[in-house]
Unconditional design. Structure first.
Length: 332
């Protein structure tokens, strides 16, 4: 069913249709859907995950490997909450109200606060202690979350009270992917698909002349393969859900995305959210916010914000797909 007035689409994906999609030529997130003809790929490790750049063969992609590695190492040294010597680590263990931060960290913190405000707090970068309590993060000390208590001013990050922490993990990876794209453009590359931990950003076109095509992975751990494909003309796509970081205990699945309203892992029928946006930072932050918002509030928030998103929800033995913002025009 498709509603042209709201830009939404809802459909059920059952076991039969999943098998049919699995037999298609879809690859997992981070891969081009077509074969390797005319393509070259470089990659490496960063942020506890991996990065990859795919582009036309013979265009000198290998020269990007060292600059990209340096770029990502620098971002990690400033923004990783896992490192006590990073700017974020020093803020989270501060004794005063503020910590000096670089322009890069300030840009990420400001973007995080914008999405927090626009989402009504569905995205909250002060939830680090709650994330750690459920076994997913490094910020074990700290008090209650309150994104309104953070402020960026004059090259410093302020916390309104002791124990208020900052965790940029829900948005910094997207920001890093945008910086990777900027580095590649500056080196003269115009047709690339960039991947950082499954978040994707497209520049230009596939060597065949068509748009880059990427996959939406089945969010259920018991299944593999893709349930849909997206045509990525330009911009970025990011997915948040239960598949990447979750565990099952006593019949419940606990994921790493915390619902700010409860302080517990988001729960319900929503299994994943995929967001298309102009920048990877927007896609990253909004995918986190929409998943945290949940089954009904997530799609409603996406419509209010005009976001192009694909929601996959559990329905019986299958999945139900709901789309917003006209993203169905990009579905393959």
């Amino acid at each position: 069913m498709r509603d042209h007035g709201t830009g939404t689409q809802s459909g059920r994906i059952d076991r039969r249709s999943l098998l049919g999609l699995g037999a298609a030529a879809f690859a997992l997130p981070g891969a081009a859907l077509a074969g390797p003809e005319g393509l070259e790929t470089i990659g490496g490790a960063a942020f506890g995950t991996g990065w990859r750049i795919t582009g036309p063969a013979g265009t000198g992609l290998a020269a990007l490997r060292a600059p990209v590695a340096r770029l990502l190492a620098g971002i990690d040294s400033r923004m990783s909450p896992w490192r006590p010597d990073s700017e974020v680590g020093r803020f989270n263990t501060r004794t005063g109200a503020a910590t000096p931060i670089s322009g890069d960290t300030a840009a990420v913190a400001e973007a995080a606060l914008r999405i927090a405000a626009t989402s009504g707090g569905a995205f909250d970068p002060t939830l680090g202690p709650a994330v750690a309590r459920w076994g997913f993060g490094p910020i074990h000390e700290g008090g209650a979350a309150d994104w309104r208590g953070l402020e960026v001013s004059g090259g410093r990050l302020f916390g309104a009270r002791p124990g208020l922490t900052f965790d940029p993990c829900g948005i910094a990876k997207g920001w890093a992917l945008d910086r990777m794209a900027g580095l590649a453009r500056a080196a003269g590359h115009s047709d690339l698909l960039l991947d950082l931990g499954g978040e994707l950003l497209a520049l230009g076109r596939h060597p065949s002349g068509r748009a880059w095509q990427v996959a939406v992975e089945d969010p259920r751990p018991a299944y593999g393969g893709a349930v849909a494909g997206l045509r990525l003309e330009a911009g970025a796509v990011a997915t948040s859900g239960l598949r990447a970081q979750s565990y099952a205990l006593n019949g419940r699945t606990y994921g790493h995305i915390i619902d700010p309203a409860t302080g517990e892992p988001a729960r319900g029928r929503l299994l994943s959210v995929t967001v298309m946006a102009e920048t990877a930072m927007e896609a990253d932050g909004w995918a986190t916010a929409l998943f945290a918002a949940g089954d009904s509030a997530g799609p409603a928030l996406a419509r209010r914000a005009g976001l192009r998103a694909v929601f996959l929800l559990a329905e019986g033995e299958g999945l139900r797909r709901e789309t917003t913002g006209g993203v169905d025009d990009a579905l393959l």
